[in-house]
Write a protein that binds this ligand. Structure first.
Ligand SMILES: [Zn+2]
Length: 398
């Protein structure tokens, strides 16, 4: 791990991103900006000290070289990124430290899907359940771009069982905590836990939910989710699904029918659909939207909104190594998310032995995210210069 951070960790690239153009030799760059970012180094305690982790917060660095030197010297097991503060975080003993801006982040974790997986649980992932993450990525990616107009989204595999999104548009970075909560809540269509989990979608569906349903969820449900997870052949999960049908008679009929049935999950879903649709034709209005809600309940993205709410929430940065799996948190290309296989992500051992490189991961970072972001940083600085000149000129005219 230590060798990874010394030899492979792209400290320069990451620091450059986090400076958002303010590390440029440009008259309009905010020179103090890069050094006002809080970093947290998570350090492994020595075994003789009882093991465990130490969170060294309020680290800050003047430039990429300073960052790199400290990473090599302090040998963190993990590096988390916090907000840009009003002052250098290291000055916190003399001034009140306030977060001023921060990328808007999203965190989706497979453990929140345990009640809809039959293949794995907790930290386990496999080819059968991983597509739940891909589906979440697709739904959020479109929503964040089309409904909020964000352009600079960096998607990252967390190294073990989830995904993160870092939204780096200037507008996103400057959002207040209240606005962050509002954006996160927009995607909180399914809320609560276990038996208390509820779908908050209305009928007819909100256009954003409908787009997710028609564009991603419906097809995934039939073609992939039901055949691989086979939840309707699993007693507990079948019961859980039937409980979502708001009609007791239909629920009981289906339960007794399936108790002795040898149908697979896809065919059982067909039976449920027909029963609900027949009843709807007989004006059983309480079933309106019930089928769609069942699908949303199971597979609509389950976002951990607490992570998104606060500017000063620390989140593990891209290109860290997950201590349990040894896998690097690599960027993901939303356009090819379907073919992303977490089991093929380079580990520190692969990198160390030369069996794999980070070239592909860095290319994805650049191509899907950073190149456009960096271009906009320069344009923003140029625009500031233009504006300042215009103001100066109009001042002279008077
Ligand atoms: Zn699995």
């Amino acid at each position: 791990m230590y060798r990874y951070y010394k030899q492979f960790y792209p400290a320069d690239l990451l620091f450059k991103w986090l400076a958002h153009g303010n590390d440029e030799r440009h008259a309009r760059a905010e020179k103090t900006y890069p050094s006002r970012r809080e970093f947290c180094f998570v350090l492994d305690k020595e075994q003789e000290e009882g093991g465990g982790e130490i969170f060294a917060r309020y680290q800050s660095f003047v430039d990429a070289k300073d960052f790199k030197t400290n990473v090599e010297r302090k040998k963190p097991a993990r590096i988390e990124f916090g907000p840009i503060c009003n002052r250098r975080p290291s000055d916190r003993h003399t001034v009140e430290l306030k977060p001023e801006e921060r990328e808007l982040v999203f965190d989706i974790d497979m453990t929140d899907y345990d009640d809809v997986r039959t293949c794995c649980k907790e930290a386990g992932i496999c080819g059968k359940c991983w597509p739940l993450m891909t589906v979440a990525l697709k739904v959020l990616d479109v929503g964040l771009r089309e409904d909020f107009g964000f352009k600079h989204l960096l998607w990252v595999y967390s190294g073990r069982r989830g995904i993160h999104c870092w939204i780096s548009d200037e507008r996103a970075r400057k959002l207040s905590d209240e606005a962050r909560s509002a954006v996160a809540e927009y995607f909180a269509v399914v809320k609560g836990e276990g038996q208390g989990r509820r779908v908050l979608s209305s009928t007819p569906m909100h256009p954003s939910v409908k787009r997710a349903y028609d564009g991603v969820l419906k097809q995934y449900w039939i073609e992939s989710y039901l055949p691989t997870q086979r939840i309707l052949e699993d007693k507990t999960k079948l019961e859980q699904l039937l409980n979502l049908i708001p009609d007791e008679n239909i629920r009981e009929d289906l339960a007794s029918e399936f108790a002795t049935s040898s149908l697979n999950s896809v065919d059982r879903w067909g039976v449920i659909e027909r029963r609900v649709q027949d009843s709807l034709k007989k004006n059983n209005y309480k079933l309106t939207g019930a089928l769609e809600k069942i699908i949303l309940w199971h597979i609509y993205p389950r976002v951990d909104i607490e992570v998104s709410r606060h500017m000063n929430h620390l989140l593990k940065g891209p290109f860290c190594v997950h201590p349990k799996t040894g896998r690097v948190c690599v960027p993901m290309d939303p356009a090819t998310a379907d073919s992303f296989n977490p089991e093929l992500v380079p580990t520190v051992v692969d990198l160390d032995s030369g069996a794999q490189t980070l070239d592909g991961a860095i290319k994805t970072f650049n191509d899907t995210f950073w190149n456009a972001c960096a271009r906009e940083n320069i344009e923003r600085l140029t625009a500031k210069t233009r504006q300042a000149k215009a103001e100066q000129q109009s001042g002279m005219e008077f």
